[in-house]
Design a protein around this ligand. Structure first.
Ligand SMILES: Nc1ncnc2c1ncn2[C@@H]1O[C@H](COP(=O)(O)OP(=O)(O)OP(=O)(O)O)[C@@H](O)[C@H]1O
Ligand SMILES: [Mg+2]
Length: 231
């Protein structure tokens, strides 16, 4: 048995299970997941609808609990953490990009991107400096004062990417990043994600779209509660 944590592993999951108990049945959604993500690695998880991809992503993102097994994030044993610790880790170590982006409609583009910094109580001047750089990088500087409804889908997605990046997370989690997009815009988003290599972050993409393999180092398939690496 290896008990030592490899410091290069951002995510280390062993024999993890997750059950949902519903009035009619107990669903064994994850049945013994073994999974690691190394620093800087781009990884995808594919699998049929209902196979548990979002469930696993939510567990990895500390948004949901699990039943059995082990989960270490940057060497930290998740089981030992309080609700408050988890919230802190989510803010400082993880970036999220959801299928529907979850932008705040009453905040401008710039305010959306700065939101994690505001939650972390970073001074406004530093917030502006950081958001300006990212908005420029993603071609959004002219849209900084716009509200989300005034943006195209692709632009909204770039705002979501900028917001996910602003705390320089160790891992970015993406659920169906190309789900709402046509082929051309999906390709554009994949190009933007490919550019995230320079930020030294790891990425976990959950998707139905086999095109994501173009930008990933490792690919897995989740089927009937079991995760297998694709070669
Ligand atoms: N809170 C919950 N309570 C009960 N069952 C749930 C809950 N969340 C998810 N499930 C069930 O767990 C299974 C896995 O759901 P999940 O959303 O993880 O699938 P998915 O692989 O992301 O699917 P999709 O590709 O359609 O997004 C499904 O059968 C779903 O109905
Ligand atoms: Mg899903």
């Amino acid at each position: 048995m290896e008990n030592e944590k490899n410091p290069e592993n951002i995510i280390e999951i062993k024999n993890l299970t997750k059950n949902f108990i519903t009035p009619s049945e107990t669903l064994n959604v994850l049945r013994g997941i073994d999974f690691t993500i190394k620093r800087g690695e781009f990884v995808s998880i594919m699998g049929p609808s209902g196979s548990g991809k979002s469930t696993l992503l939510n567990i990895i993102g500390l948004l949901d609990s699990f039943n059995e097994g082990e989960y270490f994030l940057s060497g930290i044993d998740i089981k030992s953490l309080s609700f408050k610790d988890k919230r802190r880790i989510r803010l400082f170590k993880l970036g999220f990009i959801f299928q529907t982006f979850n932008l705040i409609q009453t905040l401008t583009v710039q305010q959306n991107v700065e939101l994690p910094l505001a939650l972390a109580k970073i001074p406004q001047r530093d917030q502006n400096e950081k958001s300006k750089k990212l908005l420029e990088k993603f071609g959004l500087n002219k849209k900084a004062k716009n509200f989300p409804y005034q943006l195209s889908i692709g632009e909204q997605q770039r705002v979501a990417i900028s917001r996910a990046l602003i705390m320089a997370p160790v891992l970015i989690l993406l659920d169906e990043p190309t789900g709402n997009l046509d082929v051309k815009n999906s390709e554009k988003i994949l190009d933007y994600l490919q550019n995230l290599r320079q930020f030294n972050t790891s990425i976990l993409i959950v998707s139905h779209n086999p095109a994501v393999k173009r930008i990933t180092d490792k690919n897995y398939i989740l089927e009937e509660g079991v995760l297998k690496q694709l070669y």
